[in-house]
Design a protein around this ligand. Structure first.
Ligand code: G1P
Ligand code: ZN
Length: 588
């Protein structure tokens, strides 16, 4: 990214290049202490604090309170020597939030901020930069795949020095501070130019110099990918004599500049193979969510048969959806399993070896089949990427994924959309097969876990909570175990029913209440949980996972195969009766 897109203000302070400067009148940049009232609802969810933009705009000091709470959670002894990385997905309100972060960080003695040009930096790139420059952490401005614009969502997320989302101990601390905050410290006069690459240094009252460094949003991340993958082989696949053609949809999110630079400029894919690549504040009015519903344009283009490989990304670039020719859909639970089974196609893993595999609990057991066959350790964690980070830091985990279009490895501590795409392309380059053939051969070898997820969005919160509480009561009744349920010609017997609980094998911390699981005697699973990333009402997620290794059945339509289990799930939970919802908002 070299084009300056910033408009609208003249920086107050003449910008020093390498050395500390006071402002034009020779005075120090002043710190102001502002009295504020605490909010009770700033509890970070699965992935940071996520609310409607209007909540940040209409409630006085709402963003300031939360930013101060994050910085207050950073040990004062670490601040002056420490660097925070700041970047976001380009959504509405991001630039306002970045200016507040600059002002509040300066006033709280943070020594240095590294910010993506124009504020743009994908979530995986922030993770990469935090690790590379050994920052103490980072602040990511994103609501991921949620819609943007003035009536959409905004989010603020704190990552720690390993490059991953802050663990619960830290997010709880931030929440506690936010509930009792009475004042915040800010340098209201200090404004930075987010557009010009380079260092800007300020002399802040009572603290040593404060430096803001604006960096190219893509370069560090591109350099990391060059080390992970065989770029020569990928270049051959995308632009050699027998090249395949790809269609990558950045969905107007942050990943556009990364795709352009890495896949088009560097790997030689034609410019028109990447679409919707200019980040927009409202994602063109769409949901920047790479699934069959919200990436419908890509799906229909792929159905045309012109492209061999398709992929879409979410707003902040950590999610991915993989499609083959004619729109062949790769379920994310299968995607991570395929990468696991072909992991030696990626040079990075040849160097590091494979330390272990992991999936979140609701993700299908496809990865388990690979782990078993290849004798690799498999971990089952609660939903959310932060649980993988601990395993990676302890050297126990190399590759992991979630059913929610998240795939990644221990190269960073976030899921990584473009990494997943290059992983798939590496497999295609090495196996010289189509996406569909790779997938079908995989099922023949390992069997197939049929999987589907139903999302019921913006359900009345009380109704959703009551449905879950009632269901738990039914499931915890002694008589529930051993009970049989039938639908069509299928009958399932309950073997186990619980609310998933996880003990972290590294630090022993226990996470309770991570989702209601009904496990049947054939291994099929029905899972219910409430989303932790929604911004209004409640989202109920229903997950169904069922293994099949009869070669006659493995190519069937998952919705047909899983219809009896869906029917049973809806009957046991009485979801429709209790929420008044006749059908899900999204089916994956
Ligand atoms: C959702 C996904 C989860 C993912 C998270 C952040 O969380 O289900 O797998 O880690 O977004 O991208 P949920 O809304 O279910 O809490
Ligand atoms: Zn995301």
């Amino acid at each position: 990214m070299s084009v300056c897109m910033q408009e609208g203000y003249v920086p107050f302070i003449p910008i020093g290049t390498q050395t500390a400067q006071a402002n034009s009148s020779g005075k120090m940049v002043k710190i102001t202490v502002v009295k504020t009232s605490a909010y009770t609802d700033q509890k970070p969810g699965t992935s940071g604090l996520r609310k409607r933009v209007t909540v940040f705009q209409r409630n006085q000091h709402y963003a300031e309170n939360f930013i101060q709470s994050i910085i207050s959670a950073v040990d004062p002894s670490q601040r002056q020597e420490g660097t925070l990385v700041v970047g976001g997905d380009g959504r509405f309100f991001m630039k306002d939030a970045i200016q507040l972060i600059v002002q509040i960080a300066a006033a709280n003695g943070i020594g240095r901020l590294v910010i993506g040009q124009n504020g743009i930096m994908s979530t995986p790139a922030v993770s990469c930069v935090i690790r590379k420059i050994k920052a103490i952490g980072g602040i990511i401005l994103t609501a991921s795949h949620n819609p943007g614009g003035p009536s959409g969502d905004f989010g603020i997320k704190y990552n720690i020095s390993n490059g991953g989302p802050a663990p619960e101990g830290i997010t709880d601390k931030i929440f506690q501070i936010s509930k009792s905050i009475q004042e915040y410290h800010i340098c209201p006069e200090l404004k930075v130019d987010l557009c010009a690459i380079g260092k800007q240094t300020f002399e802040v009252d009572t603290f040593k110099p404060f430096t803001v460094e604006i960096v190219d949003s893509v370069e560090s991340y591109a350099e990391m990918l060059r080390d992970i993958f065989d770029f020569a082989a990928l270049k051959e696949l995308l632009s050699g004599p027998n090249h395949i053609s790809v269609r990558l949809d950045a969905m107007h999110g942050v990943v556009g500049p990364y795709v352009k630079k890495i896949v088009c400029d560097e790997l030689g894919s034609p410019a028109n193979s990447a679409v919707n690549c200019v980040p927009s504040e409202d994602f063109g009015g769409h949901h920047p969510d790479p699934n069959l519903t919200y990436a419908a344009d890509l799906v229909s283009t792929m159905k045309g048969g012109e492209y061999d490989f398709g992929a879409a990304f979410d707003g902040d670039g950590d999610r991915n959806m993989i499609l083959g020719k004619h729109g062949f859909f790769v379920n994310p639970s299968d995607s991570v399993a395929v990468i696991g089974a072909n992991i030696t196609c990626i040079p990075y893993f040849q160097k590091t070896g494979v330390k272990g595999l992991a999936r979140s609990m609701p993700t299908s057991g496809a990865l388990d089949n690979v782990a078993k066959a290849l004798k690799m350790q498999l971990y089952e964690t609660p939903t959310g990427w932060k649980f993988f980070g601990n395993l990676m830091d302890a050297g126990k985990l190399s590759l992991c994924g979630e059913e929610s279009f998240g795939t990644g490895s221990d190269h960073i501590r976030e899921k990584d959309g473009l990494w997943a795409v290059l992983a798939w392309l590496s497999i295609l380059a090495s196996r010289k097969q189509s996406v569909e053939d790779v997938m079908k051969e995989h099922w023949q070898k390992f069997g197939r876990n049929f999987f589907t997820r139903y999302d019921y969005e913006e359900v009345d919160s009380d109704a959703a909570n009551k449905m879950i509480a009632d269901l738990q009561q039914i499931m915890f009744d002694k008589a529930f175990i051993g009970q049989t349920f039938s639908s069509g010609d299928k009958t399932y017997k309950v073997e186990k029913a619980d609310n998933f609980e996880y003990t972290d094998p590294v630090d022993g911390s226990v996470s309770k209440g991570q989702g209601l699981r009904i496990i049947f005697s054939d291994g099929s699973r029905i899972i219910f949980r409430l989303s932790g990333t929604g911004s209004a009402g409640a989202t109920i997620r229903l997950y169904i996972d069922s293994f099949e290794n009869d070669p006659q059945k493995i190519y069937q339509d998952p919705q047909v195969m899983l219809a009896p289990l869906v029917d049973i799930a809806l009957r046991i939970s009485q979801l429709q009766e209790k929420t008044g919802r006749n059908g899900p908002t999204v089916i994956t």
